[in-house]
Design a protein around this ligand. Structure first.
Ligand code: ADP
Ligand code: ADP
Length: 216
C-alpha cells in the first residue's frame, strides 16, 4: 500500500500516520520529522532547513525531493509506505509520480484530512511533542498537566513553528501551495476526503474504512 496524507498543519496527519502505518505494517515517512532530526543533529541539511522552517516557509523542492528520494529507495519502503507532509506542492507531486513510475510503482491512495481553520489553530496551539520518542500530545485534549511523555517518560516540548505568528503564515502557505494538491489528486482519481474532527480513534477508524477498498 502506497499512501499519502494531506491536510493543513494541525489536521492530525502525524497523529493518524502513527496508527495507520502501524495498522498496515508500512513505514511512516514524515518529512517534517526528518527535517527536525537533522536540525537537532546539527547536519548541513538541518542548518539549511531550519531557516525556512522557523519562518514557516517550505524548504526548497530540490533539497526536499533529494531527501525523500533517498528515503523511498530504502529497503523497508519497497512494499509500501505512508508519506506524511510530502508532497506539499504540485511540483513535488509531479516529481513523486515520475520517480515512482521509474521504479514501476504508483500511489494507491491520497487521504485528505478535512478540518476547519478554527480547530486547526486550537490543535496547533496545544501541540506538544516528546523529545525522546516523538509522540504527539495535546495539552487540552490529552489533559497534559506536566510536560512528561506518558508513553516513554521523555520531556515534551513545543515546536518553535507553533508560535501564533508562524502558524498564521503556515496556514497561508498551505492555502497557496499545498491546497492545489487536492485538485491534482482528484484528477488522478486517487483522492479520498476523511472527516478529521472528533476523537483521534474515530478519525483513525474513518481513515481505515476509506483505505480498505484500496487494499490488495
Ligand atoms: P505540520 O505537521 O504542522 O504540517 P511538518 O512537521 O509536516 O508540519 O513540517 C514542518 C516544516 O518542515 C514545514 O513548515 C516546512 O518548513 C518543512 N517541510 C516539511 N515537509 C516539507 C515538504 N514536503 N516540502 C517543503 N518543506 C517541508
Ligand atoms: P499535523 O501533523 O497535521 O500537523 P498533528 O498530528 O501534529 O497534526 O496534530 C496537531 C495537534 O492536534 C496535536 O497536539 C495532536 O495531539 C492534536 N490532535 C490530533 N488529532 C486530534 C483529534 N482528532 N482531536 C483532538 N486533537 C487532535
Amino acid at each position: 500500500m502506497r499512501l499519502v496524507l494531506v491536510g493543513p498543519p494541525g489536521a492530525g496527519k502525524g497523529t493518524q500516520a502513527q496508527y495507520i502505518a502501524s495498522n498496515l505494517s508500512i513505514p511512516k515517512i514524515s518529512t517534517g520529522d526528518i527535517f527536525r532530526a537533522n536540525v537537532s543533529g546539527g547536519t548541513e541539511l538541518g542548518k539549511l532547513a531550519k531557516t525556512y522552517m522557523d519562518r514557516g516557509d517550505l524548504v526548497p523542492d530540490e533539497v526536499t525531493i533529494a531527501m525523500v528520494r533517498d528515503r523511498l529507495a530504502e529497503d523497508d519502503a519497497q512494499d509500501g509506505f505512508l508519506l506524511d507532509g510530502f508532497p506539499r506542492n504540485v511540483s513535488q507531486a509531479e516529481v513523486l509520480r515520475d520517480m515512482l513510475k521509474d521504479w514501476g510503482q504508483t500511489l494507491d491512495l491520497v487521504l485528505e484530512l478535512v478540518v476547519d481553520d478554527e480547530e486547526v489553530v486550537r490543535r496547533l496551539a496545544g501541540r506538544r511533542t516528546c523529545s525522546q520518542c516523538g509522540r504527539i500530545w495535546h495539552v487540552e485534549f490529552d489533559d497534559k498537566k506536566d510536560d512528561i511523555c506518558d508513553a516513554c517518560g521523555g520531556r515534551l516540548f513545543q515546536r518553535d513553528d507553533d508560535k501564533e505568528e508562524t502558524v498564521r503564515h503556515r496556514l497561508e502557505v498551505y492555502q497557496e501551495q499545498t491546497a492545489p494538491l487536492v485538485s491534482f489528486y482528484v484528477e488522478e482519481d486517487i483522492l479520498v476526503g476523511v472527516d478529521a474532527t472528533g476523537p483521534v480513534e474515530e478519525v483513525t477508524q474513518r481513515a481505515m474504512e476509506a483505505i480498505r477498498p484500496y487494499m490488495g
